[in-house]
Ligand binder design. Structure first.
Ligand code: ADP
Length: 369
């Protein structure tokens, strides 16, 4: 008597739990005949409980073309005794199909076997995934278009610009002092403007070549790349009497030319944006479990925190050309190089005391000798 009471209680509890489940719950016997069907199953499939009892699960909610393979997989589950979680297409009472996640397990109880199945409608998730994939595709396409545009525009603009630059220079050489002072000044502006435009277009071209001419990353000694950068900068290091210390730096998976360019832009800036103090620069690296963290530290003019993001954008500068030369593309190039290598670039700085530019490169195990 007592045992029956417990059993009735637990059956009630089981029913309550099943009724409040957010997923459709369906129980069926070993032949696939439905024996239980909760409220959510009614909402998901449109059939009421009395309508489905005694009907075959596959006849009711599996589209006809999948029924054979569905029956076979039920038999397989019975044979192995293992549960399964799959994505399938199911059928609503109103004859439309929708995607669902099905978790189904064969359960042994008192010598008989039945199936317990939870079904979750994933239409919304699928639609969101599709929309996201479409957006990503659109974005990739428009990025690629933009790159081609930047490359073609800068490449094709070079030729007519070369003409303008050389003829304005010729005018300057041939007619300087022969016209009036104002004409000399105007020609000077034209020469200067053309030269500046050439520099901007050159920079734009180098920026788009980072992807069009980028090489497949291979094991590269960062210390060697840094020393090549210092060699390229030796003239300005000598003139400014800059003190540089390096390393030790690790080997990383990188495009060696781009890694050199990255160091060169950062060290070049550290030399250029110096205060009245003798420039002192330290290049170092530390590691975490997943990446190498490189730093280029200077004792220069520093940067105010509100500009920490902006200076990495193309053609963004904090100074006029009179104060410091440049076109504002160096750090945009740095960011693109670092991102191509799967890392991030940022800075820490105290205005008036110096800056440290930091960039990360994921660690990679050596795969070639
Ligand atoms: P450019 O040097 O041609 O202006 P960058 O993209 O290399 O272009 O730098 C963008 C701006 O960031 C610079 O104009 C400068 O104001 C600031 N900057 C870059 N590096 C430093 C540095 N080490 N110290 C202080 N300011 C810097």
């Amino acid at each position: 008597m007592h045992e029956v009471a417990i059993s009735t209680n637990s059956t009630q509890r089981y029913q309550q739990i099943i009724e409040t489940a957010v997923d459709a719950f369906i129980a069926m016997d070993s032949n696939g005949v439905i024996t239980d069907w909760n409220l959510q199953a009614e909402a998901t499939f449109g059939w009421s409980r009395p309508e489905v009892f005694g009907k075959l699960f596959s006849d009711l909610i599996i589209p006809e073309r999948y029924r054979n393979s569905h029956s076979e997989s039920l038999q397989r589950l019975l044979a192995t005794g293992e549960g399964q979680r799959i994505e399938i297409t199911v059928l609503h009472r109103d004859a439309y199909e929708f995607p669902a996640e099905l978790a189904i397990s064969p359960i042994q109880c008192d010598g008989t076997c039945f199936f317990a199945a939870f079904v979750h409608d994933v239409t919304a998730r699928k639609e969101a995934q599709q929309k996201l994939a479409l957006k990503a595709e659109e974005l990739a396409r428009s990025n690629a278009d933009l790159e081609v545009f930047a490359y073609v525009a800068s490449h094709d603009l070079q030729e007519p610009l070369r003409m303008v630059a050389s003829y304005t220079q010729l005018l300057a050489r041939r007619y300087k002092g022969k016209l009036d002072a104002e004409a000399d000044e105007f020609i000077g502006f034209a020469v200067d403007g053309a030269a500046r435009m050439q520099q901007l277009i050159q920079d734009l071209l180098s920026y788009s070549r980072l992807t069009t001419r980028g090489k497949t990353p291979c094991f590269t000694l960062a210390e060697a790349a840094c020393h090549t950068a210092l060699d390229n900068l030796q003239e300005s290091i000598k003139i400014s009497k800059t003190l540089v210390s390096v390393g030790p730096l690790p080997a990383v998976l990188a495009d060696a030319t781009q890694l050199t360019q990255l160091f060169q832009n950062l060290i070049g800036n550290a030399i250029k944006y110096c205060s009245e103090r003798t420039p002192e620069i330290h290049v170092g690296a530390t590691s975490t479990a997943s990446e190498w963290l490189f730093s280029v530290q200077d004792n220069g003019i520093g940067i105010e925190p509100q500009y920490f993001e902006r200076i990495f954008q193309m053609f963004q500068r904090l100074h006029t050309r009179m104060e410091y030369s440049g076109t504002g593309i160096g750090l945009a190039i740095c960011r693109r190089i670092v991102e191509r290598h799967g890392g991030k670039i940022w800075l820490e700085s105290e205005y008036g005391r110096g800056s440290t530019f930091l960039f990360s490169i994921p660690r990679a195990e050596r795969t070639q000798k």
